[in-house]
Ligand binder design. Sequence first.
Ligand SMILES: NC(=O)c1ccc[n+]([C@@H]2O[C@H](COP(=O)([O-])OP(=O)(O)OC[C@H]3O[C@@H](n4cnc5c(N)ncnc54)[C@H](O)[C@@H]3O)[C@@H](O)[C@H]2O)c1
Length: 253
Amino acid sequence: MMTELNTGVVVTGGASGIGLASAKMLAESGRPVAIWDLDTEKSQRAAADIVSRYDVLALGLGVDVRNNDAIRDAAAKTRAVLPAIGGLVHAAGIVLVTGISDVTEENWAAVLDVNLRAQVLIVKEFLEDFKQCPGAAIVGIASMNATLGNGMIPAYSASKGGMLSLTRSMSDELGRHGIRINAVSPGMIATQMLLNSVDEVALDRFSQTTHLGRLGEPEEIGAVVKFLLSSEASYITGTELVVDGGAIPSQRS
Ligand SMILES: NC(=O)c1ccc[n+]([C@@H]2O[C@H](COP(=O)([O-])OP(=O)(O)OC[C@H]3O[C@@H](n4cnc5c(N)ncnc54)[C@H](O)[C@@H]3O)[C@@H](O)[C@H]2O)c1
């Protein structure tokens, strides 16, 4: 039951932050990785770094996960390099601060298409690959904002709440093939996305009100992703694992 898995893992958003930390930790455990990110050069650099550090197969591709043709093309390129594909981490994501007043059809779709729609399209693309790999598993990076009500980011919140529902729905069909799917909901993690969207005063205030009194590090999410994709998590599916340092339960002000 507890055999080590060594199938390849596709990591979207793998050139930065949580995706990159997840890719590195998976590679360190011996798993080949394909880094899919909008940023081609950063993806290729990350893959080259992983090959030299961890001595596993790694591939870096420029992919816009909003585009189904791009997903299909990247999947073919990934299959040509990785021996078997038995894992997916969907970490590509964007956040736009709009409140209600600045929501448009375009910016709503931009957020939902990357954060939510891409996950089901990529799983669909790799379904037959996953069926061939015993122990195959998927992790989507959701957010504590799937649960919290932050008025500044309605599309982001809806996309992450949608990920939790999508996880439960897909778990039903995937489970029939022994494929697991789970969501990880980070709190505030020190990555480019957070530093770009939240000012220093808000970050300080957040750190103080979180039970552990600090921001999280991308590796603290990567470790949980690695666990959920491993055989140690063989009976966990259709659920959310919150990794927020005690942000949601906090009543500190
Ligand atoms: N940092 C946090 O505090 C935090 C908290 C909760 C959830 N998350 C989630 O974690 C995930 C990773 O975020 P991060 O903090 O590491 O941010 P990040 O900005 O460092 O990384 C996100 C990556 O996604 C890529 N990306 C964006 N749009 C894409 C597209 N259309 N196609 C392919 N790649 C695309 C970016 O190029 C970037 O490399 C996101 O889904 C985010 O919503 C982050």
